[in-house]
Design a protein around this ligand. Structure first.
Ligand code: PAF
Length: 279
């Protein structure tokens, strides 16, 4: 394993890896979801590059950025367990942004606008800024992203198309804890009581899926609103069912069909997102 923190050293020393090169971009605090991405990337490529970088421009909330979990030593130890040709890029903010820490503007085809786009202004332009930097510098053959951030996955596919990049963007299924909670670096910020309640988010999505052949989207929304009335220690931020390609909300009168349900929930100050294919 080779850990480096300057993109110049990649250009000078390693830029000719044995291709194909698979990239797994992360913000660290690695969990089993990330490990699964790395494992898949190792299976499908000769060389894997993991990036660990907490990207400031994708945080619209300063407190969220400040409390984002980080433990680089633990992350490196986890990656060391893999066999294979692995590079780990752990840049400082200056290596990515110089002294201009701002998000660029991209054509994200409107995919950035609903859901997280409404709640986290400019978030996806921040994500696109750092991901396009990584894709352009390292030119991986494949890049791997988890479906927990399903909207992000769609946005990055669009970004890659808009910039005519040659990287294949690969979406990978959500990895869940045994109790159903979608794995996320933010889960470790939950207090003990909130952690016990967090699996209710996936339980609700499963209940909706079980009803989705029989009920309209409008009726499913009512179930969701009743659920949050009864469980007021969880606060609903949004719930929508969208077409998985366009991310446009489906008609209230329709049943979900091949739609995908998306939810964001606050447990105390911690905001968790999840999603589930309704078909
Ligand atoms: O999903 C993440 O961890 C981040 O949004 C990403 C893709 C690494 C960009 O900072």
């Amino acid at each position: 394993m080779n850990v480096f923190n300057s993109s110049q050293s990649w250009v000078d020393e390693f830029s000719d890896p044995i291709r194909p090169l698979g990239m797994v971009p992360t913000m660290g605090a690695l969990h089993q979801g990330h490990m699964t991405l790395i494992e898949r990337a190792l299976k499908e490529n000769n060389t894997v590059l993991v990036t660990i970088f907490i990207n400031p421009t994708q945080f619209n909330d300063k407190t969220d950025l400040e409390r984002y979990p980080q433990d680089l030593d633990a992350d490196i130890k986890k990656i060391e367990q893999f066999r294979g040709n692995i590079f780990v890029y752990t840049p400082a903010v200056e290596d990515v942004y110089g002294n201009n820490i701002t998000a660029k503007s991209f054509n994200l085809g409107g995919l950035d606008e609903p859901m997280e786009g409404v709640k986290r202004k400019n978030h996806f332009h921040g994500v696109a800024t750092v991901v396009s930097y990584f894709l352009e510098i390292f030119q991986p053959n494949r890049a791997y992203f988890g479906e927990k951030d399903f909207q992000q996955l769609r946005v990055i596919e669009q970004l890659s198309k808009a910039l005519a990049l040659n990287t294949k963007i690969i979406g990978c299924p959500i990895i869940r804890e045994p109790d159903g909670l979608a794995m996320s670096s933010r889960n470790q910020l939950l207090g003990v009581e909130d952690r016990k309640k967090a699996p209710m988010i996936f339980q609700l999505l499963q209940l909706l899926k079980a009803q989705s052949a029989l009920l309209s989207y409008r009726a499913l929304r009512e179930i969701v609103h009743d659920f949050f009335k009864k469980n007021d220690s969880l606060k609903l931020d949004y719930f929508v069912i969208c077409d998985p390609k366009t991310l446009q909300e489906i008609d209230f009168k329709q049943s979900p069909g091949t739609g995908r349900a998306f939810i964001a929930v606050y447990l105390g100050k911690i905001r968790l997102i999840d999603n589930l294919d309704m078909s």
